[in-house]
Design a protein around this ligand. Structure first.
Ligand code: NDP
Ligand code: HSE
Length: 434
């Protein structure tokens, strides 16, 4: 009789309940794949007596004492699907230092203090797996941390937040405002009652930090990520994007390359951007996620699928459970964190991008020359100008060539100060293609 692998499940909400269901439904297959049965030793929740519908689980397994459960001698693996920084960090550190492998979906914690978890895993000789923390069901972290380890990743561009992708796809399809599209997303259950983490880009920034850390062998935290959300994206921006053959997506962009002084460095940013409709990420609709990886030898790779939801996320958690259970039975540990490159983080001002600027100006001789002069002074080259007249005013839409973000931002700032500029209606970055 092979000894079972015993799990402490921390959390039994949207993701945890599906983990329980899949463990039950797939128990025979999982035992065959791992080489030992998997058993749940206990489930820590906040409200143990809450009804959990038809969940196939013994109610006696529920406890509120998560730390006590983690410390139990009969627990081999800790699966954390609670979320937040504390007490999740304390539980995971306790488990890892004690040599118990851990599986977590907690992107917020990994982006805030992933180093502490990796250090605890190294100290305890335990595995730390977190495939579900970025892009839900999509196998993405394993390819980055294993399959592509012989290559050099140069850029990762992704749509990693389903809620904002649903909102922006709705605005693109119907011409709705941000507020109208958010209301629909809330009514359909795609957006939470408090959508701040999603619409302000915090969720995507946490995922960007995790992706950049793996891609560039460097510890990148949430604080290293330049973050802008989508609340300022207007129906007019979307219409302008359409007129240019583009759409707007909330992108996470992680790049490795020389900074302004030539030093190899990493730039990580999350912001809305126009992308051409021909770009592979433009057709990613609804609440789907997709990540585009560029590597020196492999070239371009695209990963696509469901980035959230109980069952898709549980699929990734189960994959990690199988991996750590197999390692445990084999008496081995997966390769530890790879942060040897330890590259500096480049400030946002040095990120090279393009701007789409829509402004209302007075329609008289010399205005275009004055506006063009501002771009020239900041060494920003104009790619296209579109003008439409409106009585004494004109609307100008200017798209630049690639330039450092600091130069583009300074250009916009100076334009704001010109008396011939009535207002700047929108400023958006343009990514993908020239
Ligand atoms: P839920 O809010 O649905 O569930 C959280 C669970 O944690 C509940 O079971 C809750 O107990 C329990 N819990 C909360 N606080 C405590 C505490 N102090 N002690 C013990 N148990 C506690 O969260 P999700 O399932 O949606 O998310 C879990 C994790 O997965 C998060 O890190 C999230 O970012 C990540 N994730 C989620 C995705 C999704 O689509 N939902 C996608 C990808 C990642 P009770 O049931 O009693 O309330
Ligand atoms: N709120 C997240 C999203 C859930 O919309 O993608 C998965 O992290």
């Amino acid at each position: 009789m092979v000894k079972p692998v015993r799990l402490a499940l921390l959390g039994c909400g949207t993701v945890g309940a599906e983990v329980v269901r899949l463990l039950h439904e797939q128990s025979a297959d999982l035992a065959a794949r791992i080489g030992a049965p998997v058993e749940i030793a206990g489930i820590a929740v906040r409200r143990p007596n809450r009804s959990r519908g038809d969940l196939p689980v013994d109610p006696a397994l529920f406890t509120t004492d998560a730390l006590g459960l983690v410390k139990r001698d009969d627990v081999d693996v800790v699966v954390e699907v609670v979320g937040g920084i504390e007490p999740a960090r304390t539980w995971l550190v306790e488990a890892l230092r004690a040599g118990k492998s851990a599986v977590t979906a907690n992107k917020a914690l990994l982006a805030e203090d992933g180093g502490t978890l990796h250090d605890a895993a190294a100290a305890g000789g335990a595995d730390l797996y977190y495939e579900a923390s970025v892009a839900g069901a999509i196998p993405l972290l394993r390819p980055l941390r294993e399959s592509l380890h012989g290559d050099s990743i140069t850029r990762v561009t992704g749509i990693v937040n389903g809620t904002t992708n649903f909102i922006l796809s709705g605005m693109d399809a119907t011409g709705a405002s941000f507020t109208e599209a958010l209301e629909e997303a809330t009514a359909l259950g795609y957006a939470e009652a408090d959508p701040t983490a999603d619409v302000e880009g915090f969720d995507a920034a946490a995922k960007a930090a995790i992706l950049a850390s793996l891609a560039f062998h460097t510890r990148v935290g949430a604080a290293d990520v330049h973050r802008e959300g989508i609340t300022e994206v207007s129906a007019a921006d979307m219409a302008s994007a359409k007129a240019m053959g583009c759409t707007i997506k909330l992108l996470c962009i992680a790049e490795r390359g020389p900074g302004a002084d030539g030093t190899e460095s990493v730039s990580v940013r999350v912001h809305p951007a126009m992308i051409p409709r021909s770009h592979p990420l433009a057709s990613v609709g609804d609440a789907f996620n997709a990540v585009f990886v560029e590597a020196v030898a492999a070239g371009q790779l695209m990963f696509y699928g469901r980035g959230a939801g109980g069952a898709p996320t549980a699929s990734a958690v189960l994959g990690d459970i199988v991996a750590v259970a197999r390692n445990r039975l084999a008496g081995v540990r997966a390769a530890s964190e790879s942060a040897y490159a330890d590259l500096p983080i480049r400030p946002m001002g040095e990120a090279v991008t393009r701007y789409h600027i829509s402004l209302d100006v007075a329609d008289r001789a010399g205005v275009l020359a004055a506006v063009a002069g501002v771009f020239a002074r900041h060494d920003v080259s104009i790619a296209t100008v579109r003008q439409s007249g409106r009585e004494a005013d004109a609307s100008l839409v200017i798209v630049t060539h690639r330039a450092p973000d600091a130069a583009l931002a300074a250009t916009v700032e100076e334009l704001r100060g010109l008396d011939i500029v009535r207002s700047i209606a929108s400023v958006l970055r343009v990514e993908g293609g020239q």
